[in-house]
Design a protein around this ligand. Structure first.
Ligand code: TYD
Length: 209
C-alpha cells in the first residue's frame, strides 16, 4: 500500500484555506484518490474539545506558553488518531492549518522561539511534517473585506488579535516559505476561488496519483 500524501494549507485569517481544501478534495476524489479533509485545531473529538478551550472568548485566555502546549496537545491527538492512520491506508490528508500555524502564531506572533515550537511538535507528534504546505497569501485589504463579510465583529480569541500580531504572523509564514522552498508552495490567494484552485492544482501536479 502506497502511503498517502499529507497536504497542509496555511495562511492568515480569511485566506480562503477551507474553500481550497474542499475544492482540492473534490478534484482528488474525481480522479479516484480517496482523501480526508480535516482542520486544526481540531479534527478528532479530543482535539475539537481543546479547540473550544483555545478559541472561546470567555475569561482571560491562556498565556503564550500554555497556548502553545494546548495547540501541540490537540495536534498530537489529531496526528495519532486521524492523520497517520489515514496516510497508512493510502488516503491523502488535506489539513486546514498544521504545525506551521503554531510556528507563525505562537512563534512569530506570540514570542516563543521556533526551536521551542518544533520541540513541542517533536514530543507531541514525532515531528511529522506535510509533504507539501500550500501557503495562501492574500493582501491585507482583501482580508479585511472578507473577514467583515464572514465574521462581522465575532472574531475568535486569536483571530481578534490586533493588526500588528497578524502582520507578524504573515511575515513569519513568508520567512518559512523562503527558508524551505521544497516543502512550501506560495499561492497568490487574491483571485477568485476557481483561480486559486487552478494554481493549487498546478503546484500539486507532480504529486498527483
Ligand atoms: P479558524 O477558525 O480555523 O481560523 P481560520 O478560519 O482563520 O483558519 O481558527 C483557528 C485559529 O487558531 C486561527 O486564528 C489561527 C489559530 N491557530 C494558532 O494560533 N496556532 C495553531 O497552531 C493553529 C492550528 C491555529
Amino acid at each position: 500500500m502506497t502511503r498517502g500524501k499529507f497536504i497542509a494549507l496555511e495562511g492568515g485569517e480569511g485566506a480562503g484555506k477551507s474553500t481550497q481544501a474542499r475544492l482540492l478534495a473534490d478534484a482528488l476524489r474525481a480522479c479516484g484518490q480517496a482523501c480526508v479533509v480535516t482542520r486544526e485545531p481540531g479534527g478528532t473529538p479530543g482535539a475539537e474539545a481543546i479547540r473550544a478551550l483555545l478559541l472561546g472568548t470567555e475569561g482571560e485566555g491562556w498565556h503564550a506558553r500554555a497556548e502553545a502546549l494546548l495547540f501541540a496537545a490537540a495536534r498530537s491527538d489529531h496526528v495519532e488518531r486521524l492523520i497517520v492512520p489515514a496516510l497508512e491506508r493510502g488516503e491523502w490528508v488535506i489539513c486546514d492549518r498544521f504545525v506551521d500555524s503554531s510556528r507563525a502564531y505562537q512563534g512569530g506572533g506570540g514570542g516563543l522561539s521556533d526551536a521551542e515550537v518544533l520541540d513541542l511538535h517533536r514530543i507531541g507528534s514525532g515531528g511529522l511534517l506535510p509533504d507539501l504546505t500550500l501557503l495562501i497569501e492574500v493582501s491585507p485589504e482583501i482580508v479585511t473585506q472578507r473577514l467583515a463579510a464572514r465574521d462581522g465583529d465575532q472574531a475568535d480569541r486569536i483571530g481578534g488579535r490586533d493588526a500588528s500580531y497578524h502582520a507578524a504572523v504573515a511575515a513569519a509564514f513568508r520567512r518559512f516559505a523562503e527558508a524551505e522552498p521544497a516543502r512550501f508552495a506560495r499561492i497568490d490567494g487574491n483571485g477568485t476561488a476557481e483561480a486559486v484552485h487552478a494554481a493549487v492544482l498546478a503546484r500539486l501536479e507532480p504529486l498527483l496519483p
